[in-house]
Design a protein around this ligand. Sequence first.
Ligand code: NOJ
Length: 757
Amino acid sequence: MPELRRRTLLSAIGVTATAGAVVTSQSSTASALSGGRGASYEGKVRDLLSRMTLEEKLGQLQQLPWSWDLNPGSGSTKEVEDAARAGRLGSVLSIFGAKTTNALQRLAVEESRLGIPLLFGLDVIHGFWTNFPIPLAQAASFDPEVTRTDAAVSAKEARSNGVHWTFSPMMDVTHEPRWGRIAEGSGEDPYLTARFAAAKVKGYQGSGYGAKETLAACAKHFVAYGGAEGGRDYNTVDVSESRLRNLYLPPFKAALDAGVATVMASFNTISGVPAHGNAHTLTDVLKKEWDFDGFVVSDWTGVQELIAHGFAEDGADAARLALNAGVDMEMTSTNLLTNGKQLLRSGTITQRRIDDAVTRVLRLKYALGLFDDPYVDESAAITEPSPDARRAARAAGSRSMVLLKNDGDVLPLKKSVNSLALVGPFADSADLLGTWVVPASAERFPAVKVLDAVREAAPDAKVTYARGVDPEGKDTGGIAEAVAVAKAADVTVVVVGEPAAMSGEASARSDISLPGDQEKLIAAVAGTGKPFVVVLVGGRPLTIGDWLDSAPAVLLAWHPGTEAGHALADVLFGEVNPGGKLPVSFPRTVGQIPIHYNHESTGRPFDANNKFTSKYLDLPPTPQFPFGFGLSYTTFELGTPTASRGSVRARALRSGDTVEVSVPVRNTGSRKGDEVVQLYVHDVAASITQPVRRLRGFERVTLDAGASTTVSFRLGADDLGFWTNDPSGRFLLEEGTFELFVGTASTAGARLTLKVT
Ligand code: NOJ
């Protein structure tokens, strides 16, 4: 069987059954230190390490939490300050502010014995002062440049405020819309997620995070967190090696190839072994197979939670298991710091493994330039979103929106409209920032409200407003007023959806329809018989009830961030022609979950004329809206796709040869617009059953009315092969027939055949 092995396996040093494997990084194709610059620090790191006591080493592996509104000396931060002074602390999280970070840094640099600087981390996920759309929305742009820009703007703002390291990007592929954390990732597809993960890492880290405008990034959560059973956060994941490698691992590999500095372990188990104690994923795959020379941070109390998982006996056992599995730094809980000495004495952890972990941490501190300049210039701290940052967030917001329906061209609205009603719980709401917001930014820079932005965009129109219902509860008392304003207006925009608090961490929902009585509001507005548009805000796919039939137009806005209202008004009035596509399938009902385009073939694929095929009796087999779907105010036509050849030798592909697939695309409508051309592959017969389709290429193009272009993709071995169930990592490119689908959604009809011989 032809086989392609694509990894560098470094020899493990000091591997024993009880004490963890230590992997030294040599050359770094996947260097965490932006282009292999790590090598230049090795001498300095070794020298420093040779002067450190065991306590100081264990200290470097400890991260403690801060609270953003506290200052050193306030009393409640004494534990962190004492640890910094004593040289028993490597990093602090949830801290920012030039003054605050400098003051704390001074304790470590000027008062501790060796003066090793602290590393300051923060969840800068989709913005610091300037909030960009949530990551799931960004993925809907199908334009990795959107996420690169978010990261670059965020890095500049955060670094000037003393932050060195962000716990982002999150790259957990998931087929679970009930899972609140779907908002933080790029949806259901590993290829799309990988492209966005790489772009975001590059945006944060720039060409090297020693620069003052960059942040070290963190690929999280390693790994398979998106597979949580039932979508309940922190839940069990049972996954085969092939699914692990084909579905969950590719974005992490892409992040590593982009030079990501750190990796965070995930809260879930992976086939029975918690991710924080999982030597297979953390050491065998990440550190050995992928040659990762950065460090692994635990998630918040993730080491301690090995006890609750029923995996560790007590704190000492948890520390032993985590360190030996490959965790390098413990976030919040203090099991390694407390028990390290005793564990070392008993021989259940090794000095070598501790030194390896400390080396990884120090390497990053050197690469960040912290030993040369541990402080930030307080007078240069960015204190508010700049006009440029706002412009970028606004563009990202509108670029991420997805037009789901537009019967009779209700949209775009005319600015010359006489009267316009805005109704719904999110029409006059600032709850549009999304799940991860730096606390001070939410207070100081609330999202631009839709009502304000619409009034600004159409100053001559009479704009009326009624809330109708509240977002979560059952307060429907305002529906009559909403109906009255809708009746009196030429057109109504109904802004409904989920509050930000309903998505993100610990925010699973069992019912993912519009919360409360918002559907009643839509029905009441529909009852007026006047034209209306539904704008959906939220952090996940929603099940859209019968109201869909009654609504002439539906625009998915997600949580668009600081410039939410402006971004939405741009799309509503056609300043921006929507071109986003769904990065995740929208199920018809919760009972249909999991439903995703990249499901594997079954022996009895759906057949409407045969009861004994895979389906529900009471639902069509398709989702409400498929992956990759989205409309525009114009129309596009794809020509016949062609491939540079109909057959190719497996051997040639393995040595880097590619097949080019091209398709002409034309804007057939009357206004400029964007289309996302998508390429999917299907391996017709494989030794491991393959997904019915896999996205392997996409490109968002902008075309003037009547204009056309040709989009081309290159398919190589990576695109046609797959990982097997071999735990040591076996990538196969098998001979046989491949179907290629080219189109504007995952339902693309145009098909080509490629033979691999
Ligand atoms: C827990 C979350 O799972 C993780 O994503 C986050 O980075 C840490 N807390 C730190 O806040």
